[in-house]
Design a protein around this ligand. Structure first.
Ligand SMILES: NC(=O)c1ccc[n+]([C@@H]2O[C@H](COP(=O)([O-])OP(=O)(O)OC[C@H]3O[C@@H](n4cnc5c(N)ncnc54)[C@H](O)[C@@H]3O)[C@@H](O)[C@H]2O)c1
Length: 254
């Protein structure tokens, strides 16, 4: 028996990196998955690869810009049409900021672009799935933040990126309290450094400096984070809401 049997999950940013690994793990654990991403070509390849490897058709890919509110209506409609409901939303997609020598050297346009995707995109997602989850009296939303939302020195010099990741903490707590009685749980997961394409946006110096400060001595593989996401998404976490789960090899403990 799978840990997500009979669940229907929407995972954003699932063309590659962390989201792709979550999509595969969720399907392995019995979920039907709507995998979404801006990068349509890579998404189609990833979805085909997962379904072929698992010998299933449990994963469906949809092109989706999380920052466009109307796209969200299409994603939820597709989930209901294909699988009948929405139980889980993983707000995983995000964009990084530019590396800067001086973290306080704020570029307003860049900040606004990153806020629009990382914060508003997350809020659009919560708004879009909530009617379905409330109707069914059950749901789990996981907002993927970053250790950069908790401490300084990990974002490669982008205060814009860090501020969006910090904002997710407040969003999670506000919404979790509001929707708990409706049977919906909302949590934030804070990964430390993970081996994914987003790491390429950091300079070699920043990556090495962060690596040197991770007590376990290595960066995570996406699966190390995905197991935490799986727990929060599953009914095993039925008493867990409004909370922060940090999976960072001890980075924020040091
Ligand atoms: N990799 C790390 O070291 C690290 C550390 C901490 C937190 N995180 C967080 O983990 C999550 C996953 O990151 P990742 O490392 O897999 O990144 P990634 O860049 O590999 O994947 C992000 C995916 O999101 C998609 N995307 C970007 N903008 C989008 C939009 N507007 N609409 C839809 N899709 C969009 C991209 O096409 C990409 O496939 C992100 O929220 C990131 O901030 C990553």
């Amino acid at each position: 028996m799978g840990r997500l049997d009979r669940k229907v999950a929407i995972i954003t940013g699932a063309a590659g990196g962390q989201g792709k690994v979550e999509a595969k793990l969720f399907a392995q654990e019995g979920a039907k998955v709507i995998a979404t991403d801006l990068n349509e070509t890579l998404l189609a390849e990833s979805v085909a690869e997962i379904n072929q490897e698992l010998g299933t058709d449990a994963v469906i890919g949809i092109k989706h810009n999380i920052a466009t509110e109307s796209d969200w209506g299409d994603v939820v409609a597709k989930a209901v049409e294909a699988f009948g409901k929405v139980d889980i939303l993983i707000n995983n997609a995000a964009i990084p900021g530019k590396t800067r020598e001086d973290v306080w050297d704020i570029d307003a346009d860049e900040t606004s672009r990153i806020l629009n995707v990382n914060v508003l995109g997350t809020l659009h997602g919560i708004r879009a799935v909530m009617p379905e989850m409330k109707k069914n009296g059950t749901g789990s939303i996981v907002n993927i933040s970053s250790a950069a939302g908790l401490v300084g020195g990990i974002s490669g010099g982008s205060v814009a990126y860090s501020s969006t990741k910090g904002a997710l903490r407040a969003i999670t707590k506000e919404v979790a309290v509001d929707v708990a009685k409706a049977g919906v749980r909302v949590n934030t997961l804070y990964p430390g450094l993970i081996h994914t394409p987003i790491m390429d946006s950091f300079s070699k110096e920043v990556t090495e400096a962060v690596l040197a400060k991770i007590p376990v001595g290595f960066a995570a593989e996406p699966i190390d984070i995905a197991y935490g996401v799986l727990y929060l998404a599953s009914d095993e976490a039925r008493f867990v809401t409004g909370t922060d789960i940090v999976i960072d090899g001890g980075y924020t403990a040091a």
